[in-house]
Design a protein around this ligand. Structure first.
Ligand SMILES: Nc1ncnc2c1ncn2[C@@H]1O[C@H](COP(=O)(O)OP(=O)(O)O)[C@@H](O)[C@H]1O
Ligand SMILES: [Mg+2]
Length: 259
């Protein structure tokens, strides 16, 4: 579904690769978590997957088609199939839950309709169903600025899901949330993943969450892929290689806690 061949990225004005010779094939149904220290290249890799960043060399294929040959309009069509959730939610604070979720429809509508903010009854029904799925029916008309962080991320997920993507990408979507809320958000992501038969790819700092929910873990270090395998094979040794230190008592929970 998503194939990455010999992908390297070097940002202008830097003398080191942000990503070096990455080879990966990701399939529908996989729930992939990407681990790595800050600066390892996680965000860059996600941005290359949806064509937001053009690789310095190598290629990303979506459904067998190279992204590098696509123009902006074709890339927008690709991105329409890839829902995205963000660390800081990227919602419109003064708009309601329903209005924010409806913006997930924008990719499917003409600019004129977007401008006048008109949505069909059917579109509103679809949005309400997704809001129900993420457990926010009681908050549907509330302005999102009044919601907790976990609720805001639920809105972010609902908006991405309403777009009916085939791929769901997340760039540290729980990095601003407490551990309990983060776990709930991952439970919801898993539910959406199964329900919508997605390929899900999430950058995450919390190794416990990755091991609990991922079907496959990738670890990046200095732009190189140093681990690609099953969650159960990501052990203390891999943790130490990835983060350059052993598990520290200051972490909230044991990093290799199994469920
Ligand atoms: N716009 C940019 N310009 C220059 N260097 C960048 C830019 N974005 C990221 N980098 C560098 O690329 C490397 C990977 O960054 P990033 O993908 O953001 O890592 P992560 O998401 O794992 O923290 C880092 O060394 C970072 O400093
Ligand atoms: Mg990042």
């Amino acid at each position: 579904m998503l194939e990455i061949q010999n992908l390297s990225v070097r940002y202008k004005g830097t003398n080191q690769n942000a990503l070096s010779s990455i080879d990966l094939t990701l399939q529908e149904g996989e729930f992939v978590c990407i681990l790595g220290k800050s600066g390892a290249g996680k965000s860059t890799l996600i941005r290359c997957m949806n064509g937001l960043h053009k690789p310095t060399s190598g290629e990303v294929f979506f459904d067998g088609e190279p992204l590098s040959t696509k123009n902006e309009e074709q890339l927008r069509n690709v991105r329409r199939e890839m829902g995205m959730i963000f660390q800081h939610f990227n919602l419109v604070p003064r708009l309601s839950v329903l209005q924010n979720v409806l913006t997930g429809m924008f990719g499917y509508r003409s600019t004129f309709k977007n401008l006048i903010g008109w949505f069909s009854k059917e579109e509103i029904e679809q949005a309400k169903k997704v809001i129900h799925d993420v457990g926010l029916s009681d908050f549907i008309d509330r302005r999102v600025e009044l919601l907790s962080g976990g609720q805001k991320q639920r809105v972010g997920i609902a908006r991405a899901v309403l777009q009916r993507p085939r791929v769901l990408l997340g760039d540290e979507p729980v990095a601003s949330l407490d551990p309990g809320t983060s776990n709930h958000i991952f439970m919801l992501l898993q539910e959406m993943h199964v329900q919508n038969q997605l390929l899900t790819v999430i950058n995450v700092h919390d190794v416990t969450l990755a091991k609990r929910y991922a079907t496959r873990i990738l670890a990046l270090k200095n732009g190189e892929l140093i681990f690609d395998g099953k969650p159960e094979d990501f052990t203390e040794k891999q943790y130490q290689e990835t983060y350059d230190h052993t598990y520290e008592i200051s972490h909230d929970r044991p990093i290799l806690e199994y469920v």
